[in-house]
Ligand binder design. Sequence first.
Ligand code: FAD
Length: 465
Amino acid sequence: MTTHRGFWLKEALAAEGGLAPAAPLQGDSRADICIVGGGFTGLWTAIHLKTLRPSLDIVLIERDICGGGASGRNGGFAMTWASKLSTIVKICGAQEGLRLLRASQDAVRTIGVFCRDNGIDAHYRPDGWLWTAADKSQDDAWADIVEIHEKLGSDAFQALTPEEVQRRAASKGHISGIFEPAVATVQPARLARGLRKAALARGVIIHENTPMTGLDKGSPPRVHTANGSVTAGKIVLSIGTWAAEMTEFRRTMVPVSADMVVTAPMPERLREIGLTTGVAISDSSMLVSYYRTTLDGRIVFGKGGGKFGFAGQVGTKFDGPSQRPGDVETMFRRWYPALSEIPIAETWRGPVERTSTGLPFFGRLSDNIVYGHGYTGNGVGPCYLGGRILASLALGLDDEWGATPLAKGPQGHFPPEPFRYVGAYMVRGAIKRKEAKEAAGGKAGPIDSYLAGLAPAGLTPLKKK
Ligand SMILES: Cc1cc2nc3c(=O)[nH]c(=O)nc-3n(C[C@H](O)[C@H](O)[C@H](O)COP(=O)(O)OP(=O)(O)OC[C@H]3O[C@@H](n4cnc5c(N)ncnc54)[C@H](O)[C@@H]3O)c2cc1C
């Protein structure tokens, strides 16, 4: 369990008024369904299951507190799968790809409606996403994606003039961009804690500070903890990046840290420069830089692609303050020179699990154990769908969620260790050098360009040259 809480989670816990964690599991118990992991995926799964079958006995165990993992530490961009459409179509075909795109757009809207209807003040702001270029090399990074949207009749993105991009971002640092209106921003830890409250209100039993220490795949399956066990009809594994520690998933995901910084409050200054909406803004680099404002007038800035976990190890390696706050802060300073006097108030980091496709995958470990993870830094919106897919898998429903190709297990594997670890750092080093050269108006050498091209898709696809 982490003792360092990031900015969002501290704020959300304070807003709850110091609620005590749910009691850890003591003794042996039984349930219809046991969910392991209390992030967005596990909590949405519990809520979907209770909506589909209100009488189910559901027990959820969480190693830390609900929202203590990536769900309470992220940038709060509730995105759709619009930037992933070409990969989704490759995996699922055009018809299912379009269905999943629309479902991901609905998911973002539904999160807002769910918050309103359940009294969850998650600072939901449906102000869209500016997908921008920060230098010439990133210009038009979205061209292939926009083309496939047009081909399939989707109007997810809107073209903007460079002036309009700069006006909306209140920064000349973005030289061009497009806009996706269906995206929202949230205070992620407030959303996670709100989902916890909604799950409890529906009768879900939650045990916090209760790590799963063993998994018995027999029939019925059983989850072991330090002081007890849960024997259940079905088990749902929704443990996010920590799944990479299981031998079954070790080669399907690479754990990597993502880092965030938050400025001191500056509502007046944001009003002066004209950045007052909740718009989500990112550049098109592989080690993506992204940011948004908060309701109390700060900017939260993030950067992907930090440290890797060797052989899938996560543990507490990704907990604590950012280990490269300067790298994250650099882009904030570059894009907002007018705010140079504003200090960084806090930093933190968290685990992201990258898959070879950039998309999550769902499936079965056995007849009675299902799993879902691999969001690759885009889970705030999609976890709603992940929870729906897991609910169908757990109930054995042969509906569009149980049958989606995303629920047919991993779509690719990474090389074994130590090649993966060494390779990951080589590729990341090449990306860093390439992007630094390009940001300065130069051109990367052929080796760095080749190595950078080996990186799997991140938040947005790699620009083809
Ligand atoms: C710094 C950062 C920035 C990000 N920014 C964005 C963003 O802006 N937009 C976006 O869409 N996505 C973003 N992401 C990704 C997003 O946060 C995740 O995709 C999403 O939260 C995944 O939710 P989850 O429930 O699958 O995983 P988690 O929220 O990690 O939940 C898994 C839970 O399982 C628990 N667990 C692990 N092992 C065990 C065990 N053995 N027993 C019991 N419990 C266990 C963990 O403690 C954790 O609470 C970001 C992630 C990070 C770290």
